[in-house]
Design a binder for this molecule. Structure first.
Ligand SMILES: NC(=O)c1ccc[n+]([C@@H]2O[C@H](COP(=O)([O-])OP(=O)(O)OC[C@H]3O[C@@H](n4cnc5c(N)ncnc54)[C@H](OP(=O)(O)O)[C@@H]3O)[C@@H](O)[C@H]2O)c1
Length: 268
């Protein structure tokens, strides 16, 4: 039995146009899965497909806005026609938005309701709720599926300045546990990965100054990370392949794997 072989699997990676989702799409393809790259950005989506194909993998891009049920359904129909029914779903669309980042001039009480709701729409509704509604029932019907939701260390303890994002990611953990229990007898496992800090587009403004040097926040993150560095996106692949593989993690559901250089184990 090949524990980490994903040949014959069809993986849908939403947010594969981004840093972490892109690395996960690469990793699942390297393990043998056919990968549907989903996101809004056509250019980055096509570039990801080319990169996967260049390494001998199979992938195709399907444009979708994860917060809009109709475009998700459309992408689902097209990818199923091309690759067959999905057996793996990775929900990696999400991120912080500077509009909801608190500062001395923009404290918690001034966060605009619309911006709060938009960030929940991205991280919880489009990030997990709608894709699970779209892809989960088919997996349950066929009795096979692995859903991997990307949480955050801020889901466990709210980080300073990103209260909205933290609350939405805490809800991602909670919803994932609910679905793990709900679908456990239907052959569908639902788990989360909690990444620590990985430089990406959505957190660039928080982590780096305009000249590219590390921000004070970055210095504080490194000081609080026992491994004393950021993660590299490919360091998430092992956890994802493990959770995606029905051989390797057949009895694992409702789990959260922290890939954070020890961030959440740090006290003093
Ligand atoms: N980087 C970190 O340190 C870190 C840490 C913990 C958790 N995370 C989580 O990891 C996930 C990936 O983030 P990242 O850091 O890789 O950021 P990123 O490079 O900015 O990627 C975010 C992705 O989300 C997609 N996205 C945003 N809105 C979308 C929508 N409405 N529909 C479909 N796709 C949408 C974007 O694709 P399009 O622009 O193509 O739509 C993009 O591919 C997020 O859930 C983030 O919260 C990141």
């Amino acid at each position: 039995m090949k524990l980490f072989d994903l040949s014959g699997e069809v993986a849908v990676v939403i947010g594969a146009t981004g840093a972490l989702g892109g690395a996960l799409a690469d990793g699942l393809a390297e393990a043998g899965a056919k990968v549907a790259v989903l996101g809004r950005n056509v250019e980055r989506g096509n570039a990801r497909v080319k990169a996967i194909e260049a390494k001998g993998g199979q992938a195709a891009f399907f444009a979708c806005d994860a917060s809009a049920r109709g475009t998700l359904a459309e992408a689902h129909e097209k990818l199923e026609a091309k690759f067959g029914a999905p057996t793996i779903l990775v929900n990696a669309a999400g991120g912080n938005d500077p509009k909801v980042t608190t500062t001395a001039d923009n404290p918690f009480e001034k966060i605009p309701l619309e911006a709060w709701q938009a960030n929940f729409d991205l991280n919880l509704v489009g990030g997990v709720f709608l894709p699970c509604q779209e892809f989960g029932p088919g997996m349950c019907k066929r009795g096979k599926g692995s859903i991997i939701n990307i949480a955050s260390v801020s889901a466990h303890l709210p980080l300073s300045r990103v209260v909205t994002y933290s609350a939405a990611k805490a809800a991602v953990l909670n919803l994932s546990l609910f679905l793990a229990r709900e679908w456990a007898t239907k052959g569908v496992r639902v788990n989360t990965i909690t990444p620590g800090f990985f430089p990406a587009e959505q957190n660039r403004k928080l982590l780096f100054k305009d000249d590219g040097s590390p921000s004070d926040r970055t210095k504080s993150i490194w000081a609080h990370t026992p491994m004393n560095r950021f993660g590299e996106s490919r360091e998430l692949i092992g956890a994802a392949v493990f959770l995606a593989s029905s051989q390797a993690s057949s009895f694992v559901t409702g789990a959260d794997i922290r890939v954070d250089g020890g961030f959440l184990s740090q006290t003093i």
